[in-house]
Design a protein around this ligand. Structure first.
Ligand code: FES
Length: 106
């Protein structure tokens, strides 16, 4: 997490987010992608690849990472860090599930 959580905002139901996919939420000018893994873990990253700002929400979720659709960088959902030899970090945000409702920490 890159910032102190000040408030939790409700972003919808767990089932609104496809497994191995993402749903986007706007926060001012920023778009935040909330990802859901096959085992229903949730992660939130700024929807901006650290390489050339590709839309990570359009990427494929696998093994706790998302592969950017533009040039296939692999980004950790937990840390936002590019994997392998690539360098760069996307902003991460906390996410929590209360019952079936997803909350994003801002
Ligand atoms: S913009 Fe994501 S890999 Fe290039």
């Amino acid at each position: 997490m890159n910032m102190q959580t000040k408030t939790w905002i409700e972003v919808g139901a767990l089932n609104d987010i496809p497994r191995q996919g993402a749903r986007c939420v706007k926060n001012g000018e920023m778009t935040i992608a909330i990802f859901r893994t096959t085992d229903d873990r949730l992660f939130a990253l700024e929807d901006k690849c650290p390489h050339k700002n590709g839309p990570l929400s359009d990427g494929i979720v696998h093994d706790g990472c998302v592969t950017c659709p533009l040039h296939n960088w692999v980004i950790s959902l937990e840390t936002g860090a590019a994997q392998g030899a690539d360098e760069g970090v996307s902003l991460t945000f906390p996410v929590k599930l209360v019952g079936e409702t997803v909350f994003l920490g801002l």
